[in-house]
Design a protein around this ligand. Structure first.
Ligand SMILES: [Mn+2]
Length: 336
């Protein structure tokens, strides 16, 4: 299964009604790959719509075309489409409840780059070495000879830039940079995009950042960093849970930190969300999968049932056990 299967899935459906869905709580790659794919399919003649990708975080709102955005809150939405493409996620459970109703109801293709993905649907292309789902879509369009409009290029650029941490993570490969270059060649404007996604913090978001700094704790001689946000932190700062995005980077980016966890309560449901970031060689998915989560080697997440304090205690203990047990202690800082 690979790119060829996706091409064979899409080519006979050039005039089909295609729903494009992605994971719940969309990030830059979820929203970018969905809108990029939708714009590419629409240029081919398909009636393609991102479904249930909203609400996106405020700084990604400009990607959404309100004329096309289709949020279908009811169970009947799959009947409005002929096929579905699932992006940046390879498990039905990672879709939100509104998208999940389509499981098994539509022919489905799946493009994803999560190492922990099992894949969904009959046409699957999962490449854990790809920087982003957006990069994979750029390569797909290139291989197929499909045109990439400036709107598609901008959306895909954002997916690549955000998933590579602005080209700072290990996944900033030559292939990622080549796909990014193709986006710029097709009309994406990096400076304008950066202004929208990175230079648009609100004062409320700064207030939430401050809470992360107030709650930060360091263990293991500064190699393990944690912080947390409670429901009242969100309520008092006036930022919703979609404002969490990259807040974990505040503690991950501290010199000497090898593993970081941000714990936060979500207003919508029980349990505590855990965002994990690691540096080589620690594998963040090793911890996330214990709790039914997943992700990438250096960035993963999960939801753990229990009270915030208990979850912090338990998960920090597991991080220590996994990555800082005495047998693994080298006496040195992180390898550069
Ligand atoms: Mn991604």
């Amino acid at each position: 299964m690979g790119m060829r299967d996706i091409l064979d899935f899409i080519e006979p459906r050039r005039d089909a009604r295609i729903a494009v869905v992605s994971h719940q709580r969309p990030d830059g790659d979820a929203a970018g790959s969905a809108w990029g794919m939708a714009w590419i399919l629409r240029a081919l003649g398909a009636d393609a719509r991102p479904v249930n990708i909203s609400p996106v975080p405020p700084n990604l709102g400009f990607l959404v075309d309100p004329e096309i955005d289709a949020v279908h809150p009811d169970e009947a939405w799959p009947t409005l489409f002929d096929a579905m493409i699932v992006l940046d996620c390879g498990e039905w459970q990672r879709l939100d409840a509104r998208s999940l109703v389509a499981e098994g109801k539509l022919p489905t293709a799946n493009i994803d780059h999560h190492a922990t993905s099992s894949g969904v649907g009959e046409a699957r292309w999962i490449e854990a070495d790809a920087s982003s789902t957006s990069e994979m879509i750029v390569r797909l369009a290139d291989a197929a000879g499909w045109p990439v409009s400036p709107s598609a290029a901008l959306a895909l650029w954002i997916g690549i830039v955000t998933d590579t941490g602005r080209f700072s993570y290990e996944n900033s490969t030559a292939a990622a940079l080549e796909a990014a270059a193709a986006c710029v060649r097709n009309g994406a404007d990096p400076a304008a995009a950066a202004t929208r996604i990175y230079q648009s913090s609100t004062r409320s978001e700064l207030a939430l950042r401050l809470r992360v700094m107030e709650h930060m704790e360091f263990q293991q001689n500064g190699r393990l960093a944690t912080s947390w946000l409670s429901r009242s932190d969100f309520a008092e700062s006036g930022v919703g849970v979609e404002g969490v995005q990259d807040l974990i980077n505040i503690i991950r980016d501290v010199d000497g930190v090898e593993a970081a966890a941000l714990f936060y309560e979500t207003p919508a449901r029980d349990g505590v969300k855990v965002s994990l970031r690691t540096r080589a060689p620690h594998d963040a998915t090793a911890l996330a999968t214990i709790h039914g989560g997943g992700g990438h080697r250096r960035a993963a997440g999960c939801t753990v049932n229990g009270a915030l304090d208990d979850v912090r205690h338990t998960v920090t203990g597991k991080m220590t056990q996994l990555w800082f047990a005495p047998s693994q202690y080298t006496g040195r800082g992180p390898k550069l």
